[in-house]
Unconditional design. Structure first.
Length: 204
């Protein structure tokens, strides 16, 4: 198989499709980039060897840029490969993944944690976040601070606190997420009000 020709054909078809049916541009983009990622991994000899095949990506990038124009630099092709490696389990792009566009994914994929990525995909789709809004949430480490479970059914608390909070129990300190702290306070409301067992220490 000529992998370069297969990749080029996939991208050309995607460009044509986007011009004809603009309403489904995002779906076409993600399907095309997933397929390109699959072809790149296969051309590099499989998933285990894929991360060592940057020379091939550089070669493809130079040829695609020359023949198809901008948008296929080394960084973008690496993201396509990563996109496939992250979401290959289903064999195709799932409906959930269509909730965000490729520009969003360029900020999500560097996170390297599939649960964290899925959280931001969910919250971006639910709240219709712009790329700028998504970047701000990632920068603020929202996923880590809310302590959200992998189910991502709802963001656990509506107000996010920028700085970490420590709660001390019987002279032992443990760093908790905002959600865990929130739950602990609710479960021990009477004790907190009495101030006998617990005390809070805020670091600003």
């Amino acid at each position: 198989m000529n992998y370069y020709n297969e990749i080029k054909e996939t991208l050309v078809k995607n460009e044509v499709y986007k011009k004809v049916k603009d309403y489904s541009k995002n779906k076409s983009d993600l399907n095309a980039y997933f397929e390109v990622g699959r072809l790149i991994v296969e051309a590099q000899g499989g998933e285990k060897r894929a991360k060592y095949g940057n020379k091939l990506i550089k070669e493809y990038s130079e040829k695609l840029t020359k023949e198809l124009g901008k948008g296929y630099d080394i960084s973008n092709l690496k993201r396509m490969r990563q996109f496939y490696l992250f979401f290959q389990k289903g064999g195709s792009v799932s409906h959930q993944l269509y909730q965000v566009n490729w520009t969003h994914y360029r900020y999500l994929l560097p996170l390297n944690d599939i649960d964290e990525i899925n959280y931001y995909i969910y919250i971006t789709g639910k709240l219709n976040l712009s790329v700028r809004e998504l970047r701000e949430r990632i920068k603020s480490k929202e996923y880590e601070r809310t302590g959200c479970s992998p189910n991502f059914e709802e963001s656990k608390i509506s107000t996010l606190i920028k700085n970490p909070i420590l709660i001390r129990v019987k002279n032992q300190s443990e760093k908790l997420t905002e959600y865990a702290l929130h739950q602990s306070i609710l479960e021990n409301m009477e004790v907190f009000f009495k101030g006998t067992w617990y005390w809070l220490c805020f670091y600003w």
